[in-house]
Design a protein around this ligand. Sequence first.
Ligand code: AHR
Length: 505
Amino acid sequence: MSTTARAVIDVDVTGPTISRHLYGHFAEHLGRCIYGGLYVGEDSPIPNEGGIRLDVVEALKALGIPNLRWPGGCFADEYHWRDGIGPKDQRPHMVNSHWGDVVENNHFGTHEFMALCEMLGADAYVNGNVGSGTVQEMSEWVEYLTRDDDSEMARLRRSNGRDAPWKVPFWGIGNEAWGCGGNMRPEYYVDEARRYATFCRNHGDNRLYRIAAGASDDDLTWTRAIMEALSCLGCQRQPDGVFQGLSFHYYTHSGSGLKTESATEFGPAQYWGTMAKAADIERVIRAHSAVMDAYDPNRTVGLICDEWGTWWDVEPGTNPGFLFQQNTMRDALVAGMHFDIFHRHAARLTMANIAQTVNVLQSMILTDDDGNMVLTPTYHVFEMNRGHHDASSLPTHVIEAPSREVGDGELSELSISASTKDGGVLLSVSNLSLDESMTVTVDLRGRGVTHRRSRLLSGSTVRSFNDPGDPDAVAPREFTTAMTDGVLTVDLPAASFATIELDLV
Ligand code: AHR
């Protein structure tokens, strides 16, 4: 069985730039994301530099990771940065009470994180502690990281072996302040956050993009309260410049509420529930954007989804507090659909961070203690979509596509977006159907285009995943598409994701 779909793209009418920061990442002190995933320690037999795992870094570099958020998440609001500097054998231990109640030895701290960012070529996004920290502690962390001269914190940094200050563009003022970050009311949080943000100074030429901890899902009450408090009536309700960004978090699962299910064992009902939930992030982005537009019509504050991705039951036999899950073609389709939506909202949405980079939730990479490393289907979507980084979005009009009823709504089985940069066009297309192939015709108008390359990601089933025994069960391959008189024809198997690269003539 096969279906058909049709879309039109005006190649000469560009939309907002798709910030590369929409392809950002998140690494928390949670389970085996840092320890065992990104960091194995200097004494490990696994090749490393300063304890940082080299095979993982190499694989991540291929994604062009634009920014990396650290150290949490919930962990951020119980992290005290001074415990993570100086000789490792003298660093205090702490209890990671959110994630597995394990003892954290603080061997991966500020210097190790910044070294990792430098190895990846990624901008640092440091999330400060509002929940259990102090204004002085956060202010001094900024100074330690970014100040030159002989200030007290700059001298402390030098005494720990780093002469030049680092650049730290992104700074989070707490995390999930409505929950694990301190169970605050929005009115209380925003007053506190304004105070913290005030003392996060711009040292030298480092410019901080301060990000307020935002809502869960579609909690518009939170967003409205923050925007209200960031605005000043005397200046026509424009935000007053204390914050440059406001976050929200959005996780995808197949059930309602917090109900999760197996990452690999699922049927059509769970699959379509997942896809509907993933698609619903577009409504949520629209809703937050509408609230922000009322206070900030000139879009001076960016909307940031600094945690997104699938959240399944942990793999059987693993620590429930470590959030280790497999990753199938279903996860890849969730990622592809999120990016299509992010591209459409690039005017307000300035950053997004998948949760999380290695071994936690919807990861790029899974590792084990034997030194194996596996790239997930989600990794391949990030790699295939790399050409969208900092490209101009191309409004894409779906004229006709199969759809189905899921719950109370109608869900299109086609997901698509496009962008242009450097004389080329990149299209991303997904066929969500579980059992029907789809022939998609795309009418590219306004400029001549020629075909460069087409790549397809699919598995033998939507439940296919990669593991050390079969690392390429889901991996991209070249495939054939047809181009006639500016009309591209793409035959997509069921449950597949594809990218098509074109040259402008
Ligand atoms: O990503 C896992 C956790 O999910 C984060 O620590 C927290 O911010 C969110 O609830």
